[in-house]
Design a protein around this ligand. Structure first.
Ligand SMILES: NC(=O)c1ccc[n+]([C@@H]2O[C@H](COP(=O)([O-])OP(=O)(O)OC[C@H]3O[C@@H](n4cnc5c(N)ncnc54)[C@H](OP(=O)(O)O)[C@@H]3O)[C@@H](O)[C@H]2O)c1
Length: 212
């Protein structure tokens, strides 16, 4: 990515404009979306949720699992033909200062949410596979571009999301299909709050670990 503005790559990739991607932000309260957009910079628009869903070719549901379930039901008809990107982890705080899963045993959030899409909507798990603070990291410990995993049964939709991941300054690696979504959610073997023990991966190691 060209760094003409003098911003760090991490700052640059917070701006969809820096990656050439048009971004429309929505939220429960429009003012909150506006505040986030103002913090990112020019090129990021704000809209009511219904409007944002209608206008986007790819829709990222950066909401909590239960809210995402509701939104998928509300906007079911409007999602036909779109790529639905799900970053969710279905977790809650536990009594020991950590988090616990709210998923049924052996079932990922992605496996549950992907079932709720209408025919013609294309599910991809992505953009929730690192903790938010790690999205500011510009390199792995060894100086490589960090990997962001994605998982989908729809390989063409996956390539579209891979381009978004690249535009955001990360190296996209497909972990597998929807049955692999649990691997890249919290507690999964390919998640920093799971098998990776906080580590960011470069492409070579990520591809080796995906193969297992
Ligand atoms: N934070 C992380 O490190 C992280 C990492 C990986 C994955 N994730 C996943 O990302 C998702 C969101 O996490 P978060 O930490 O970003 O949560 P958050 O800070 O609580 O933000 C939730 C967002 O959802 C919006 N929202 C709530 N109800 C809505 C509705 N009915 N319509 C439209 N927007 C609505 C909220 O809008 P308002 O601001 O107006 O209330 C807020 O912007 C979760 O599934 C989480 O598992 C988070």
């Amino acid at each position: 990515m060209d760094n003409r503005s003098g911003e760090s790559p991490a700052q640059e990739r917070k701006s969809g404009a820096a990656g050439g991607v048009d971004v429309i932000l929505a939220a429960d309260h429009l003012g909150n979306a506006q505040e986030v957009a103002d913090g990112i910079g020019p090129g990021v628009k704000v809209a009511e949720t219904a409007d944002a869903v209608a206008r986007g070719d790819q829709v990222v549901f950066a909401t909590w699992f239960a809210t995402t379930k509701d939104l998928l039901a509300t906007y079911r008809d409007q999602l036909v033909g779109k790529i639905v990107i799900d970053p969710s982890n279905n977790i809650e705080p536990d009594d020991a200062g950590g988090v616990r899963s709210l998923n049924p045993d052996g079932v990922s959030a992605g496996q549950q949410l992907s079932q709720l899409l209408p025919d013609g909507a294309r599910y991809v798990k992505a953009f929730g596979t690192l903790p938010a603070e790690a999205l500011d990291a510009t390199t792995t410990d060894a100086g490589a571009t960090p990997v962001l995993f994605y998982a989908t049964d729809d390989k063409k939709a996956g390539l579209v999301v891979a381009d978004l991941i690249s535009a955001a300054g990360f190296d996209p690696v497909r972990a597998g299909g929807i049955d692999a979504t649990g691997r890249i959610e919290v507690f999964g073997d390919l998640h920093p709050f799971g098998g990776l023990d906080g580590r960011l991966l470069d492409r070579r190691e990520a591809e080796r670990l995906v193969k297992g």
